[in-house]
Design a binder for this molecule. Structure first.
Ligand code: NAD
Ligand code: MG
Length: 384
């Protein structure tokens, strides 16, 4: 029996993870589940899976969770310390599926346990890559990527032959506005932006996919996870989202991982790794798919790609600032306070006016993250 903890269990990735875990009750046992405020979904999942511990990050929701779990064997917790306790529950396999840099402390706590920590939550890796990787090296924790592109690369890359890798090629669907003009994108609404053509995801990552900031964050994520020089990581637009990424080798061999656009495939890979497990999706029907298209990315219509590349090249605090400003701007867009094109404009402004020293600890990253959020919040106010 593999013991499982899911941080962010009520979201899109968390729900996909629970779906797989619940299909094999003889193989997986749930220890702890966390959510932010979704008391009902969290309590229902904890009761169904007979979890030991269920936690709401927002402490104000604890009484409701206690009420929902009354009379069951599930213990309820609330607030950051309880999330930390859940992350350190000692499970052999922990999924990090919180959204945003809010997942940094929980993921660090899970890494302290020294077991397997699966990273879906890419923002902490963007903001605090070096800090996270050195903690994992110190504790012996195994980090496995669940983000579909990085999971694809993980499957195609031989870490003992990195010098034989010519390029890592990240595929990008291009999002719902792939062939829209800048003018047309100006009036995009949150509803249009969250309606992704291929994937069903949480609101924040859906907007990131529409601006292509998701691919920018993934570029930085790939540079953190795979020790290949950053100029060897490329992005190609692939609208069908069938090839999840590719690794090009010096002999001309390009290895790709293909699969349905369903997060359960990469999550299952990390759940069973180094073994494999069955998933409920139909086998890939290549004849029905018919064709696979590729295009060059357009950094003019999608400036987030350029901003992320610049942040990766600059290093230091820049990726954390990029990420924090983007989180604030996406939130403001979802609240209809700013327009779609203002998301990247705000990020560009904040990275150009705030330049602290490189962070060397979680606290330093969180201080930079907090300051960048304040600056981005002020910029939002200036624009509305
Ligand atoms: P989501 O919004 O659907 O779910 C987020 C989860 O985190 C929920 O359980 C929510 O309750 C919890 N949460 C939110 N704010 C929190 C906070 N401040 N503190 C503690 N918990 C909090 O998001 P998602 O789409 O499942 O994405 C989760 C992460 O995985 C993101 O970082 C995203 O970029 C990444 N990711 C998602 C997908 C996908 O298909 N959805 C694919 C690849 C990577
Ligand atoms: Mg991805």
């Amino acid at each position: 029996m593999k013991t499982i903890t899911i941080l962010g269990a009520t979201g899109s990735v968390g729900t996909s993870t629970l779906d797989l875990v619940e299909r094999e009750p003889d193989r997986f046992r749930v220890v702890a589940l966390t959510a932010n405020r979704d008391v009902d979904r969290l309590a229902a999942a904890a009761i169904r899976t007979r979890a030991e511990f269920a936690v709401v990050a927002d402490e104000a929701c604890l009484p409701a969770l206690q009420a929902a779990l009354a009379g069951t064997a599930v213990r309820a917790g609330g607030g950051p310390a309880a999330v930390r306790e859940a992350a350190m529950s000692g499970a052999e396999w922990t999924m990090g599926a919180i959204v945003g840099c809010a997942g940094l402390n929980p993921v660090m706590a899970a890494i302290e346990g020294g077991r397997t920590v699966v990273i879906a939550n890419k923002e902490p890796l963007v903001s605090a890559g070096e800090v996270i990787l050195s903690a994992a090296a110190r504790t012996g924790a195994t980090l496995l990527p669940a983000d579909s592109e990085h999971n694809a690369i993980f499957q195609c890359l031989d870490p003992t032959r990195l010098e034989r890798v010519r390029r890592i090629i990240l595929t990008c669907s291009g999002g719902p506005f792939r062939d829209w003009s800048l003018d047309r994108m100006r009036d995009v609404t949150p509803d249009q932006a969250v309606a992704h053509p291929n994937w069903s995801m949480g609101a924040k990552i859906s907007v990131d996919s529409a601006t292509c900031m998701n691919k920018g964050l993934e570029l930085i994520e790939a540079a953190r996870l795979f020790p290949v020089s950053r100029d060897r990581i490329e992005i190609v637009i692939h609208p069908q989202s069938v090839i999840h990424s590719l690794v090009d080798h010096v002999d001309g061999s390009v290895l790709a991982q293909l699969g349905p656009p369903d997060m359960r495939t990469p999550i299952a890979h990390t759940l069973a790794w180094p073994d494999r497990m069955a998933t409920p999706m139909a086998p890939l029907d290549l004849v029905a798919i018919g064709r696979l298209d590729f295009e060059a990315p357009d950094p003019v219509r999608f400036p987030a790609l350029r901003l992320a590349r610049e942040a990766l090249d600059a290093g230091g605090a820049r990726p954390a600032i990029l990420n924090a400003a983007n989180e604030v701007a996406v939130d403001a867009f979802l609240q209809r306070r700013i327009g779609f094109l203002e998301i990247a404009a705000i990020v560009e402004h904040i990275v150009s006016c705030y330049d602290p020293a490189a962070p060397d600890s979680v606290d330093a990253v969180l201080a930079i993250d907090a300051e960048a959020r304040i600056l981005a919040g002020e910029r939002v106010k200036d624009l509305v």
